[in-house]
Design a protein around this ligand. Structure first.
Ligand code: HEM
Length: 497
């Protein structure tokens, strides 16, 4: 993890500036002339296990699975336990088919070290597909030579200051979205958090309430995810009924936003798109910010935030409703902090709620893995990875490790993230990825999730509906709780004695 990213991560600020990788010497095992050291420091994290070149070493072991369809069943269900089991059986590298596509899974510390930059594993192929699907060059900048420059446009703004300034709007959005909740009202927490998340994102990043309906967004987001990561040719996916028409609607609205941002400096200041215009467009964008490229800014935020923030918030509300002792602590903390708070309670100060967020995403990480393509032939753990191999890196591979998190890691216990000296645990928890593509929304994502859940559980008495009290965990591709239903038992006043 780079020093810069350590600083960005609020959970591990204590160690900011300490770079565990750079500067360490690397060795070339066996002095094989066909191998060379990578240009980057990740071999220091995994001495001798990652070498660039091709020695004709055996390929990564193939796991026993159904031909062609392969692991598709696991990847539509909860794939974390399955990946952990495969790791136990086959080691830190194994491969399997998913609908005819061969996937190489890399797990453990060394795989995480490979994410440090795009030297050997890249997101480029996927982003090039997205560029074609959305007709904007912007996704291509995520893996181009100016990635860091463009990423700064996001991380410099999507920070704690933004949350503090926009907190009243965030709370207002949540309040508006729950205003119809009456006693007896039943809802699916995933759909509800998805709808509330995009409304919050739209208000905070685009300066307007979310202007579409949930169905329209779900259609566009799902189609674009399948187009980018799925096995089907682009033309097949993009012809999904209703997609083109709905995407066009989104584009028209975005182009109106582009116009407003270009002509109204005050409005521009309040939007993510406006922040982009403060930075140079580099050669990869033809040296200028074109409307056609900018139009994708709102959709990119929905693609990144819609399922992830919602997944964390939906699982967190489920965990609180099934762990009344922690619900009680969350409520007490809210009342306590409200006494000394001038406005809405700062989610960063809600230590119990924050610990609940971390514990929830440890057990149910919204993103279990990230996808990459190998840019070169290289050796990993003595196995040959070939240029072009489709790889997944299991960022959640240590989430159940009892040496890191203590006993009974299958149990929800937020106290794992409370108390002193939590640096090792927080560093090991890669909810927001690691390295070059670590999440740009890593600061605002958890805060918005917390603000949503805090309002729900403090201002409503809620219960799980019989027959819908156990989630079916699905990986679509973000981990999501299906089949849950919550009933409003009544409104509550958190300050009533
Ligand atoms: C709880 C909420 C969230 C979770 C768990 C999450 C998780 C992740 C993960 C695991 C990655 C790494 C992907 C990879 O390495 O390929 C990522 C990347 C990213 N996320 Fe998030 N995310 C969340 C919320 C958000 C939000 C709210 C935004 C923006 C509005 C956002 C914007 C991004 C962007 C732009 C990237 C790509 C960064 C890059 O390639 O440099 N995320 N996210």
């Amino acid at each position: 993890m780079q020093a810069e990213q350590l600083k960005e991560n609020p959970e591990i600020q204590a160690d900011a500036g300490k770079c565990p990788f750079t500067g360490a010497a690397t060795e070339t095992p066996a002095n094989d002339p066909r191998l060379s050291e990578p240009q980057c420091p990740f071999t220091a994290a995994s001495p001798g296990t990652v070498m660039v070149g091709n020695t004709g070493a055996p390929r990564v072991p193939k796991i026993k699975t159904i031909p062609f369809f392969g692991a598709v069943k696991h990847f539509t269900g909860d794939c974390m336990p399955w990946l952990n089991e495969m790791r136990k059986q086959y080691g830190e590298a194994f491969r399997f088919p998913v609908m005819g596509q061969e996937i190489t899974a890399l797990t453990g510390e060394d795989a995480i070290a490979l994410l440090e930059h795009d030297e050997l594993l890249t997101t480029k192929d996927k982003m090039d597909t997205l560029v074609k699907a959305v007709g904007s060059k912007l996704p291509g900048t995520f893996d181009g030579p100016y990635h860091k420059h463009y990423k700064r446009m996001q991380t410099a703004w999507l920070n704690r200051k933004l949350e503090r300034e926009k907190r009243p709007e965030v709370v207002e959005a949540v309040v508006a979205n729950v205003s119809h909740w009456q006693t007896g009202y039943e809802f699916d927490p995933l759909h509800e958090t998805q709808a509330q998340t995009v409304d919050i994102l739209s208000r905070v990043l685009n300066g307007e309430p979310f202007p579409f309906n949930h169905k329209e967004l779900a259609l566009v987001v799902r189609t674009l995810i399948i187009a980018t990561y799925g096995p089907l040719p682009l033309w097949v996916t993009l012809n999904f009924p209703g997609f083109k028409k709905t995407m066009e609607k989104f584009n028209q609205n975005s182009l109106k936003l582009v116009h407003k941002v270009r002509t109204d400096p005050e409005f521009a200041e309040q939007t993510l798109m406006g922040q982009y215009l403060k930075y140079d467009a580099k050669e990869d964008l033809g040296g200028e910010w074109k409307d056609s490229d900018l139009k994708i800014v709102p959709m990119a935020a929905y693609l990144a935030g819609y399922d992830t923030v919602a997944s964390a918030a939906a699982f967190m509300s489920y965990q609180l409703l099934t762990h009344p002792e922690w619900l009680q602590k969350v409520r007490e903390e809210y009342v306590e902090l409200s006494r000394n708070s001038e406005g809405d309670v700062d989610p960063m100060q809600q230590k119990v709620l924050r610990a609940c967020f971390m514990e929830t995403t440890r057990i149910h990480p919204p993103g279990i893995l990230v996808t990459r393509t190998a840019t070169k032939d290289f050796l990993y753990k003595g196995y040959q990875i070939r240029k072009g191999d489709e790889c997944i890196i299991q960022i959640a591979s240590n989430n159940m490790d009892e040496e890191i998190y203590g006993p009974n890691t299958d149990k929800f216990d937020p106290s794992r993230f409370m108390g002193d000296d939590l640096t090792a645990r927080k560093r090991a928890l890669l909810t927001f990825g690691s390295g070059a593509h670590r999440c740009s929304g890593a600061m605002i994502g958890p805060l918005f999730s917390q603000e949503m859940v805090a309002h729900w559980v403090n201002y409503f008495d809620l219960e799980l509906v019989k027959g819908h009290e156990h989630p079916r965990v699905a990986c679509l591709p973000f981990t999501q709780p299906l089949n849950l239903k919550i009933r409003v038992k009544g409104k509550r006043d958190p300050f009533a004695a």
